[in-house]
Write a protein that binds this ligand. Structure first.
Ligand SMILES: [Mg+2]
Length: 118
């Protein structure tokens, strides 16, 4: 495998010097191997479509729960779809590069908002 020299993930890849697949997706061993295998099997484009679908299913499950907040089935539906979205987010991180830094900034912003409200 070759390291991709340019493109949308080049900074991420250059920083980590990781090998990439035919789609330019970083190949990461270990806990991400299942996610990587999914990307290798179906490709990034299909997995982006899958991420869109799973997000829409979570939105629908939340709407269903709001209509019937006492329903255990509706709550279970949210958990199931949230798990699907989580799995897709892990694959998204392999496609876009990690977004831990962005997440930290958002959490810091949230902390600030919560402190303002005290
Ligand atoms: Mg789903």
């Amino acid at each position: 495998m070759e390291t991709r020299a340019e493109g949308e993930n080049s900074l991420y890849q250059a920083a980590l010097d990781v090998p990439v697949d035919a789609f330019g997706i970083p190949v990461i061993e270990g806990e991400n191997s299942l996610y990587q295998a999914a990307l290798d099997r179906w490709g990034a484009y299909a997995q982006l479509d899958q991420a869109i679908e799973e997000c829409s299913e979570l939105i629908k499950a939340i709407c269903k729960y709001k209509r019937d907040p006492h329903s255990e089935n509706a709550m279970a539906g949210i958990r199931e779809e949230a798990a699907d979205v989580f799995i897709m987010l892990e694959q998204l991180a392999l496609i876009t590069g990690p977004f831990d830094e962005e997440k930290s900034k958002k959490l810091e912003k949230l902390r600030g908002l919560l402190q303002e409200g005290q």
